[in-house]
Design a protein around this ligand. Sequence first.
Ligand SMILES: [Zn+2]
Length: 162
Amino acid sequence: MNFIVDAMLGKLVRWLRMMGHDAKYSTEMDDAELLAVTKNENRVLLTRDLSLYQQAISRGLNAFYIEGTTEAERLAELTQRFDIALEIDLEKSRCPHCNTKLQSASKEEIEQKVEKNTLKYYSVFWRCPNCGSIYWQGAHWKKIRATFEEAKEILKKKKKLS
Ligand SMILES: [Zn+2]
């Protein structure tokens, strides 16, 4: 599923990309441009702006109004609405900075760009062919998993209520 995300959801766009979704984002697009891209590229508009959401819906576009304030709440909403998987498989991930599909990289390819300790403790790396960013399942992965767990708990509660 391809998304376009409004300027208020900069964190969420990084999650979506890491989860393998094509998510367009720019802080420079105004409402008219966001609506045009939603239509022309057949994307789902994710927004925190109720009037933008209403404009999109009244034009028959695919849009979703994000109510949650934490990342976990937002991920839970998206999962409930679009049935997306709450997981990151770096084989399918896109670069959180530029939305380009990541490629796996050997240690030799990235050794100049990461710290020695990182090379010592990790052996599997991915690289963005566009912006050159390098990724691995480092210490921050714990936090990512914790956020997914929190989102799953929120989903469970939502299911009980409905
Ligand atoms: Zn990139």
